[in-house]
Ligand binder design. Structure first.
Ligand SMILES: *[C@@H]1O[C@H](CO)[C@@H](O)[C@H](O)[C@H]1NC(C)=O
Ligand SMILES: *[C@@H]1O[C@H](CO)[C@@H](O)[C@H](O)[C@H]1NC(C)=O
Ligand SMILES: *[C@@H]1O[C@H](CO)[C@@H](O)[C@H](O)[C@H]1NC(C)=O
Ligand SMILES: CC(=O)N[C@H]1CO[C@H](CO)[C@@H](O)[C@@H]1O
Length: 430
């Protein structure tokens, strides 16, 4: 697909993508929807007000959603609408566009609606009502299980029968670029010492979790589960997600009710939501599941995972960058439809704007881990950085950047990146 707009072949935001986000600018501080295309954002409010959707009445009649502060209203219109909208915007930017008068040949609208990405500020794309974090990365679950229980008992008997998850915290989900402050908490300085008395201290094992996030569109009524075969209709799109984790705090607090303050410190997501439709071409098989799973989790297709190349960079305070991991989002045992079918099997209602996390994505080989806990084998092995520094866990001033892309040069369906810099802890010692 060629465009009249100059789009670099290495751009994550090719014509094959058309991801949606929320922006503001120095000239106009009001949050508003946009798409990313090449090195530009198309301000959808300005585009709609300039008559950009006049060639399709089925979109034009919903133009009010392009003046919302979030993408929730747009997401709530459902997947058939998202499909029409994406195809329309692709046709507006196509080299042989039938709508040249709308944007390509309208210098005045181009100057107000087509904004260099470097000049826009991104915001959280949706207002997030609820956030649920799954644990579908089988290699991650196995690696972490080995550290705590040894390889023979690494996976719990329930692991291959249900997508394990906990209800997370929506209020501390932040957009890429937001700094993350090292938390304080209770830790057992020496886990082997008796009696077990915790110390109150800044986290010493602050870590990342490379995940994919999924935004729900069009929820279900309380009491009406979403069938696994219909769950795809409830996927608005995907983002990269870094679920920051305080490992030492988690170890002391998480039995029996699961992680709490070790995880509520913050969750970072990439700003551009890649629509479910843009990912249709990249569906593939995940990790085979040898267990005979319950009928409500059985899918009509095995090609239900996503083939997205993922990378983690660690940038030290002096600006030196090291890629510490490369993996792929097909390293999951459970698909999004299975996660949604399980989440709602009790009748629990998902709502437009809810965020689901996949769980940490790790491959089976060294160098494909989605967390430092795994890569350092619980802090025993050192990660060497390209400037000679060493890490077991994150230091203050470190920046973590996660990138993700599907497809090939010239037609990349990319996620851009999610980044966050670790700030020194507050002084809570008094
Ligand atoms: C060009 O865009 C402006 C808004 O910037 C709009 O008022 C005008 O009608 C457009 N021209 C055409 C030919 O569509
Ligand atoms: C999974 O099974 C293990 C062992 O039987 C049990 O300890 C654990 O609580 C179960 N976990 C969940 C999430 O049900
Ligand atoms: C990192 O530091 C090393 C050693 O000083 C240098 O060779 C390398 O080019 C640096 N890389 C980056 C990306 O800054
Ligand atoms: C035997 C069996 O039911 N295996 C299932 C395991 O889970 C995958 C999806 O993750 C299903 O496709 C298999 O049918």
């Amino acid at each position: 697909m060629a465009s009249w707009l100059d789009i670099s072949p290495s751009s994550h935001f090719s014509l094959a993508n058309i991801p949606f986000g929320v922006i503001s600018t120095a000239a106009d501080a009001t949050d508003r929807p946009a798409i990313a295309i090449g090195d530009y954002a198309l301000d959808l409010r300005a585009f709609a007000q300039g008559g950009g959707f006049s060639a399709d009445p089925s979109i034009e009649k919903h133009a009010a959603v392009f003046s919302s502060r979030t993408l929730n209203d747009l997401a709530a219109l459902g997947r058939p609408f998202h499909r029409t909208l994406r195809q329309y915007l692709q046709s507006v930017f196509a080299a042989d566009t039938p709508h040249a008068a709308l944007l390509k040949d309208n210098a005045s609208l181009r100057s107000t609606a087509l904004l260099p990405l470097k000049d826009v500020t991104n915001h959280l794309p949706l207002a997030i009502g609820d956030y649920t974090d799954f644990y579908a990365g089988k290699h991650h679950a196995f690696n972490v299980g080995c550290l705590f229980r040894g390889p023979d008992n690494a996976l719990q008997p329930n692991y291959t029968h249900l997508p394990v998850a906990y209800h997370g915290r929506a209020s501390s989900v932040v957009v890429s670029g937001t700094p993350i402050r090292r938390p304080w908490g209770q830790i057992l300085a020496d886990p082997k010492a008796e009696p077990k008395i915790p110390t109150f201290t800044p986290c010493r094992r602050f870590d990342i979790e490379l995940e994919l996030g999924m935004f729900v569109c069009g929820g279900n009524d309380l009491g009406s589960p979403i069938p696994v075969a219909k769950a795809d209709d409830h996927i608005f799109g995907y983002v990269l997600l870094n679920d920051w984790s305080a490992r030492d705090i988690q170890a002391w607090e998480y039995v029996p009710l699961g992680p709490f303050t070790s995880k509520n410190v913050g969750t970072s997501i990439s700003p551009w939501v890649v629509l479910a439709d843009a990912m249709e071409a990249f569906k593939t098989q995940g990790i085979p599941n040898d267990s005979d799973i319950c009928s409500y989790l059985k899918e009509p297709t095995k090609e239900s995972l996503l083939d997205i190349h993922l990378e983690i960079d660690l940038i030290t305070g002096d600006g030196n960058r090291t890629t510490i991991s490369k993996t792929n989002s097909k390293n999951l045992l459970w698909s999004w439809p299975q996660m949604m079918a399980h989440h709602t099997i009790t009748g629990c209602n998902l709502r437009t704007g809810d965020l689901l996390g996949s769980g940490t994505i790790s491959g089976p080989e060294p160098g494909t881990e989605g967390s430092m806990l795994e890569q350092t084998q619980g802090g025993k092995v050192i990660i060497k950085l390209s400037n000679g520094e060493e890490r077991k866990f994150l230091q203050d001033g470190d920046t973590v950047v996660i990138r993700g892309r599907a497809g090939r040069e010239g037609a990349l369906v990319g996620f851009g990146e999610v980044s966050g810099t670790i700030l020194a802890p507050l002084d809570l010692s008094q």
